[in-house]
Design a protein. Structure first.
Length: 314
């Protein structure tokens, strides 16, 4: 009998508990032993995942929760597999991660599986019809924290701040309203961006995205050249003096026509330095607001750190 570990965040807003129960039932019907572990605290999935990959016979680790939960599971697996912080790949016998869409945004799920139904992925795991893809992580030097989906300063962080004030809304509606509010009241911060020691931008910064996945917030293709397994950090900078000039740039991002536009810089590398000159960086990663007061944050590449299960035709 094969064994999988299913890590569940019962507090996720997307119904992760019922989803996990349904997935466990499907796996059990396929003669797969399922060990269900629930997170009990913030960052609790890191330790659960690190322990799960060290148990002999575990073929896969499933994550049911939001993007924050997946990020924790990814970091824990990398630590347990000892691909953190120097990179991989992990041994051939290492278990792979399978993401279930148990959150609200589910951007990691979309980045890996597109619009495939999760039930088809679970069925493919049982038939052995998945392949392993060793994807990259980033490391935040200030705190030794992993980034999976992507990191940013400016607009995306301010959108998260605005969403905190909109508890009367939920799901995509909440994110859209928060983004509109953040754009309307946007004041760029003074800062600079360096990639592999080269200065990419220095001035009024409205948004700096680094990653990671092509999309943020599920649908915003801010990093169109990014790949999850190329060993490079993609960086996109929107440099603008005010909210009025930011809106046309963001419109071009939504249309997918921003690369090469005035006020847009794009670079790739393995070490990214983000700095603010007028106060703490407005920083977020994987949809989580950074609580530190850092004026400088350094992101480094951790290549091929995480084995992920993906469809053989994907």
């Amino acid at each position: 009998m094969r064994r999988v570990v299913l890590i569940v965040n019962p507090a996720a807003r997307g119904g992760s508990g019922p989803l996990a129960a349904e997935a466990a039932a499907l796996l059990g019907a396929g003669d797969v032993e399922v060990d269900i572990l629930e997170t009990s605290s913030r960052a609790g999935a890191v330790d659960l995942a690190a322990g799960a990959v060290s148990v002999p016979g575990t073929s896969a680790v499933l994550s049911s929760g939001g993007d924050g939960t997946v990020r924790e599971v990814a970091e824990g697996m990398a630590r347990g597999l000892q691909t953190w912080p120097d990179g991989g790949p992990a041994p051939a016998s290492a278990p792979s991660l399978l993401v279930l869409p148990g959150g609200t945004g589910n951007s990691v799920y979309t980045a890996l599986y597109g619009d495939r139904p999760w039930q088809a992925l679970v069925a493919a795991i049982m038939r052995g019809a998945m392949r392993r893809l060793d994807i990259d992580l980033m490391r935040i030097a200030e705190g030794d924290v992993a980034v999976l989906l992507g990191a940013s300063t400016g607009f995306f962080r301010w959108s998260l701040d605005a969403a905190e004030q909109m508890s009367h809304l939920s799901g995509r509606e909440r994110y859209m309203a928060a983004g509109l509010a953040a754009a309307a009241g946007l004041t760029p911060y003074r800062g600079r961006v360096e990639v592999d020691g080269a200065l990419v931008a220095d001035g009024g910064l409205a948004l700096v995205a680094a990653g990671g996945a092509v999309h943020r917030s599920g649908t915003v293709a801010i990093l169109p050249r990014s790949r999850l397994d190329d060993g490079l950090i993609d960086v996109c900078v929107l440099e603008t003096p005010d909210a009025e000039s930011f809106l046309p740039l963001m419109t071009r991002v939504l249309e997918g026509s921003h690369i090469g536009a005035a006020g847009v810089a794009y670079a790739q590398g393995r070490r990214v330095v983000l700095a603010a000159s007028d106060g703490p960086l407005p920083f977020e990663h994987d949809g989580e607001r950074w609580s530190g007061q850092d004026r400088t944050i350094t992101l480094t590449m951790v290549a091929a750190a995480l084995p992920v299960a993906v469809p053989v035709d994907g």
